[in-house]
Design a protein around this ligand. Structure first.
Ligand code: SF4
Length: 447
């Protein structure tokens, strides 16, 4: 009899004896219900013509799909080898999309509190393209209430001039996709940047006075070792950024790593198992805590109490989030929307003057509750009063059975009006969140 079992349906964990091997599938829970339940028929276009609820915060996400190279673990749709003309056409399409939204009743006159540029690689854009993009967006939409502008960067795309431009354009939170400091590991995973570019980009950004610099790391890249991971932690501590975000390596279906696994007939991915990845994150968090950092979520440690991340909080607390750009996600008036996932139909739709929405879903009140409860649990601790006030639901009762089970397993504690994950529970929160999902959404694909 085989000892292999996959405890969570489609989850990427293959239990082999005591080991929790990494296999193919999505681990990270980024939204609810899973994307595979969003459909073209589910697009609630009429919601965009309604009035906004003034009590709901509003934010903007802008997607830039270009990268210099495709990392072997990447599961996003990214475009490599695109020239300035392609980028220019894309920037114009994004500005057009912004203008179309700015004229809709739900968005008209609203002022975003936060803006997030994600990708892909937003820093793939040249300084003059960045100016054009920011100016085009700001013309369509007043930014005077924006408190946070996050911008994702790949270190090898930065130089002093571009970093200065980002600062002048008002970026407040520069997020550096370091992932690993080891040149061989970066190369082995087909990452575009070189190890020596990391320090230079960080120093230049520091000198430019960004209020917050975040460093992204991945625990468990192909080729990772105990010794190298210790070195990654030491180098991160020496840099002392305001925030450190660490993801555990997952191998979704549309990655080069999975293609190779398929070709070789392998079920187990060539990366560390989940227990090792959790221990690596636990070690990094413990080291950062000893430097005075605070663990603010399952992925992030922050240097000071007042280091905020408004985009994440908006996403996890049900803000109206307008996502523009190819394949972007929006959450507006309780409905999900996603744009066309391919570049050509996205741009062609906008060149015809039509919003490029591809699929969507209207959430029931119960699904909205589950979405916010699950996402906020990633913070490590949630108060029950918030859900009582907003949804009229006592989450201790609604999710009583799962909470009791997880409490008995040692993953969390329910005390008075607060639910708090243990560190071990928090470091596998994405796996545990499926327990709070409605039956039909458990273990479903995030694609
Ligand atoms: S930089 Fe990010 S988006 Fe681009 S290929 Fe690598 S993982 Fe994918």
């Amino acid at each position: 009899m085989s000892t292999e079992k996959n405890p969570d349906g489609n989850a990427p964990i293959l239990q082999v004896g005591d080991r929790e091997e990494t296999t193919v599938g999505n681990y990270f829970v980024s939204n609810y219900p899973p994307f595979s339940f969003w459909t073209p028929e589910g697009v609630a276009r009429e919601r965009l013509d309604g009035s906004p609820d003034p009590s709901v915060p509003f934010g903007l996400y802008v997607h830039i799909p270009f990268c210099r190279r495709r990392c072997d673990f990447c599961y996003f749709r990214v475009y490599t080898g695109r020239d300035a003309k392609d980028v220019e056409r894309y920037v114009q399409a994004v500005i057009t999309e912004m203008r179309l939204y700015a004229a809709l009743p739900l968005v008209q006159g609203r002022k975003p509190q936060f803006v997030y540029f994600g990708g892909g690689t937003p820093s793939f854009l040249a300084a003059d393209q960045l100016r054009e993009l920011f100016e085009g967006l700001q013309e369509a939409f007043p930014w005077d209430d924006v408190e946070e502008v996050t911008f994702e960067c790949e270190p090898g795309t930065l130089d002093e001039g571009k970093i200065r431009t980002l600062r002048e354009l008002g970026v407040t939170r520069l997020s550096l996709g370091v992932e690993n400091f080891n040149p061989e590991i970066l190369e082995l995973n087909n990452r575009a940047h070189r190890a020596k570019e990391i320090g230079a980009a960080y120093e230049q950004a520091r000198a430019m006075g960004f209020p917050q610099i975040n460093i992204d790391l991945i625990a468990g890249m192909v080729g990772e070792t105990e010794e190298n991971w210790r070195d990654c932690i030491a180098k991160t501590r020496a840099m002392a950024p305001e925030a450190v975000t660490i993801y555990q390596m997952e191998i979704p279906y549309n990655t080069t790593v999975y293609e190779r696994m398929k070709d070789g007939g392998d079920r187990v991915a060539p990366v560390a198992d989940w227990k090792t990845k959790r221990r690596w994150v636990a070690d990094a968090f413990a080291a950062l805590e000893s430097d005075g950092y605070r663990v603010g979520s399952a992925y992030t440690a922050v240097k000071d109490e007042d280091v905020s991340f408004l985009y994440r909080d908006g996403l996890w607390y049900g803000a109206d989030m307008l996502g523009i750009g190819v394949a972007s996600f929006s959450h507006l008036r309780g409905a999900h929307f996603q744009n066309e996932h391919h570049l050509d139909p996205y741009i062609e739709s906008l060149e015809r003057g039509a919003l490029p929405i591809h699929r969507g879903m209207v959430l029931t009140d119960d699904e909205r509750l589950i979405r916010e409860f699950a996402l906020q649990l990633k913070l490590g601790s949630v108060g029950t009063k918030y859900f009582q006030d907003k949804f009229g639901v006592d989450v201790r009762v609604r999710f009583g059975e799962v909470l009791r089970q997880y409490e008995a397993d040692g993953w969390l504690k329910v005390e008075d009006d607060r639910i708090t994950f243990s560190r071990d529970g928090l470091l596998q929160v994405d796996r545990l969140l499926h327990g709070f999902f409605n039956d039909e959404h458990r273990g479903a694909r995030y694609a």
